[in-house]
Design a protein. Sequence first.
Length: 124
Amino acid sequence: MSEEHIDPLDERDANENEVKRRRLLEEMAQENEVESLAQLLKLEGVRDLLWKLITRCNTLGEPWDPNYGKVSYNCGRQSIGRMLIADINLADPQAWLEMQLKAARAAAQAQREAALKKLRGRST
């Protein structure tokens, strides 16, 4: 009888090596994605687009709505926005800060313009 004996430990080692190889490939792919995003975040237009998406996801707002189905929908949208913020911070935390500063400056400018418009309306 020439049955080949397969040692279960050899099989386990082969499976562990395959798992290690796949994890390494996943890590390399993630590093490439992070580096690609870091390069893209150097472009102001890309940062503006991502800010617009994060804003549309209502990431920094409240998900509450009287309609519970809408709450679930809003939470899903916010989840996408939080994922974008996490990816941005992983790739280039400075870019996230620049995006926030630009938005804050734009909001402050809009408030100043609204206040001036209100004052001009009173003086006429």
